[in-house]
Design a protein around this ligand. Sequence first.
Ligand SMILES: CC(C)(COP(=O)(O)OP(=O)(O)OC[C@H]1O[C@@H](n2cnc3c(N)ncnc32)[C@H](O)[C@@H]1OP(=O)(O)O)[C@@H](O)C(=O)NCCC(=O)NCCS
Length: 162
Amino acid sequence: MIYSKKLQSQVPVSIEFSTPPVYEGKFTKYVVKDKKIPIGHVHLTDTSKGVIVNFIENMYPKLYSGFGKIADQIEVEHCMKRGLENFEIVSDAALNSHALHYLRGKRFFSKDVEDKIKKVIAMTPKGRKFDTKFLGSVAMYMPEELISKYKELIKKCPLLIK
Ligand SMILES: CC(C)(COP(=O)(O)OP(=O)(O)OC[C@H]1O[C@@H](n2cnc3c(N)ncnc32)[C@H](O)[C@@H]1OP(=O)(O)O)[C@@H](O)C(=O)NCCC(=O)NCCS
């Protein structure tokens, strides 16, 4: 489910995936759809320990919110679908997404970056967008507690595993 701002309610989503060939690792592209309309995508590359999140995007942020959580769930569910029990999910935060990933519970390897993000969050007036482009591309991971939270959610409401 994702929140539709137009309908002001949660609406069901369907997910399609493809595995286009790439030079290194197995790459999976998930497309999240509202009925037949693509509304966002999640790009993952498999590693022996889990996945690298290459990119996520809410294509219509004015129409849908909460895409980040859908992406997080897909990342965890993708690893479970591969039969992995313990796994790591790593990504590079970029553009203005750092604070959003942080607020959803992902964490930076660097304490220095974490401190900068906390400062941006504290200093951004309500209703204004976090501007963190100056940080560039920064490595993050999904902490074990957040992975466990999604594992519990997936038991009840899977997106991929039927
Ligand atoms: C990152 C991204 C996928 C998160 O998707 P999302 O659906 O906005 O997910 P969230 O639920 O986490 O967003 C929470 C809220 O933050 C808002 N938001 C988006 N960018 C923001 C910013 N820079 N500062 C503050 N709030 C922001 C969203 O509009 C949403 O608010 P709303 O519920 O009032 O609409 C989305 O912002 C996006 O596609 N960004 C552009 C591409 C991008 O940066 N990808 C990540 C690169 S690593």
